[in-house]
Write a protein that binds this ligand. Structure first.
Ligand code: KIV
Length: 266
């Protein structure tokens, strides 16, 4: 029997100064392999808007679509902790919509949700979700759903004042009930300062090595998605070439009568 990763496992990592790994997955078989590889947390990121659905930004994906991908990923996972990213406008209209939409992801098999932003309203959302039994990761720093108000892909928390403000936001979310803080595109020193001054795990997404955990989009790690790769991503394979190679070989075999063989026929 596999021991499931829980919020307590992740908090223990923080308490014992140990690291945990987070990768995105959007489908059943990828989730299954990541789980088998020992990845601790699997995130159904709204990055699937671009990576899996070919949309231009994360704004285009809805809660209904996130639910489908959550079901698929959750089916493939035995050990990892599963988090679903709540998409644009799925938790902003009012608290009741937020609880309903986030609760639906738990129904689909997620163990927690991730929401972007800070401030009184988001703190209230985090509080009500936590009170409803829905663990929350707070996503701070560069928050892609706010790209239009942030004015583009900009590194956040660059000055001392901005770092202090970020820590204040992180503590506000922790006090509201968030069990982890994800920091995106934040200088390593700022992320270190936040990590050292908060008692819940921090997850780095382009925020340097000092956080409790690291997250990357799995398609970047596999070398599968080639439209855009952020500076902070590391490519561990070349799945695009592997797919092209396999597809070309299949195409050749079909066109030259080499597939199927007698053994592959009834
Ligand atoms: O949507 C996503 O995949 C994400 C991260 C990579 C943090 O939010």
């Amino acid at each position: 029997m596999v021991k499931k990763v829980t919020v307590n496992t992740l908090q223990k990592c923080k308490d014992n100064n140990e690291k945990f790994s987070v990768l995105t997955a959007y489908d059943y078989s990828t989730a299954k392999y990541l789980d088998e590889a020992g990845i601790d947390v699997i995130l159904i990121g709204d990055s699937l808007a671009m990576v899996a659905l070919g949309y231009e930004t994360t704004h285009a994906v809805g809660a209904d679509e996130m639910a489908i991908f959550t079901r698929a990923v959750a089916k493939g996972v035995e050990r990892a902790f599963v988090i679903t990213d709540m998409p644009f406008l799925s938790y902003h209209t009012n608290i009741s919509d937020a609880v309903k939409n986030c609760g639906e992801m738990i129904r689909c098999g997620a163990n927690a949700v991730k929401i972007e932003g800070f401030g009184d309203y988001i703190a209230e959302v985090v509080k009500r979700l936590t009170q409803s039994g829905i663990p929350v990761v707070s996503h701070l720093g560069f928050t892609p759903q706010f790209i239009n108000t942030l004015g583009g892909y900009k590194i956040q928390g660059k000055t001392e004042k901005a770092a202090q403000e970020l820590l204040k936001q992180a503590k506000e979310m922790r006090d509201a009930g968030a069990f982890a803080i994800l920091l995106e595109m934040v200088p390593a020193e700022t992320a270190k300062y936040i990590t050292e001054n908060i008692d819940i795990p921090t997850i780095s997404c382009g925020a340097g090595k000092h956080c409790t955990a690291q997250v990357l989009v799995s398609d970047d790690v596999f070398g599968k998605y080639s439209d855009f790769t952020p500076k902070f991503a590391r490519k561990y394979g070349d799945m695009k070439s592997l797919i092209l190679d396999c597809a070309k070989k299949f195409d050749y075999d079909v066109k030259n009568g080499l597939f199927p063989s007698d053994e592959e026929s009834f």
